[in-house]
Write a protein that binds this ligand. Sequence first.
Ligand code: C5P
Length: 320
Amino acid sequence: MAVPGRARGPHRVPVKAMATLDLFSPAKINLFLRVTRKRPDGFHDLASVFQAVSFGDTLGFDPLPASATSDTLTVSGDPELEALPTDDSNLVIKALNVFRERTGSQTRYAVHLTKRIPTGAGLGGGSGNAATALWAANELSGRPAGTDALVDWAADVGSDVPFFLSTGTAMVTGRGENVEAMPSLPPAAMLLVKPPEGVPTPEIFKRFSLENASDADPEALRREIERGVYVDGTTVNDLEAPAFAYLPKLGDLKARLAEAGRQEGLGYTSVFMSGSGATIVCLGADGVPELVRQDPELFRTPATFLNRPDDAWYADPNET
Ligand code: C5P
């Protein structure tokens, strides 16, 4: 039936259907992290198993009309996180700029970020958002690039960005640009806990000293992790020493969480720091110890490992 007042046929004003895309943007943890060398370029060589997790942000992408000359980025979620920069210094905008430079695309986007991942957490929040933006821009442009090209471009945005274009579990080496896909790992629940303070990654790397690093062979650690042996001997993190020197209460928090896990029979098989901190991962179970329940200042969330199929982005685990 014709709708009164609406012109039909040739008089109808064409409304171009613009595709929009809402994507989950997972956080990551490092199941182990060895720092093997300080490089002449100031970066450090790593050997680390990265794992995406079911906790994360959401990003919405709306292509803007051709007349738009810049992207827009709005942020909602945690009020403290809404203060994130929304200009070119935000990794999402950097990623979109890199995508346009490499592909010649002119499309600008209105991006909306629902932020849940704390900053300065070692959870790769900004890096994951950047990888999600590369994936989204590629999808909305008719997939001009393959995943290998996206991984390549991701390294120009930040060291941790390439990992997020894997299928969720990967051995990462070099500065972060070598991403070797691994099969999904035996599943494990976890509780992530972070003090209100964040830690700045460059500062932690600056304080890293090879003398305090583990001598465990990364390949041996990887084999144990592949078998699901998530114990303190396999979840080593060479950045704990400099991070705990920078923020002593973080070392205390790790020790208190491990002790509480034992005392309260919570079933954590290992308690360790993720990335350059300041998140402590209680792996093996997601029960919340009393010390966390009683401290409203501590960020906490349960999570599980998250993987994506070869041909699709990470599904939002909060949507059934
Ligand atoms: O690449 P991204 O901007 O995330 O790195 C932030 C800082 O962390 C670098 O400037 C460097 O100081 C340090 N870093 C490092 N080695 C890495 C990754 C980061 O020294 N593999």
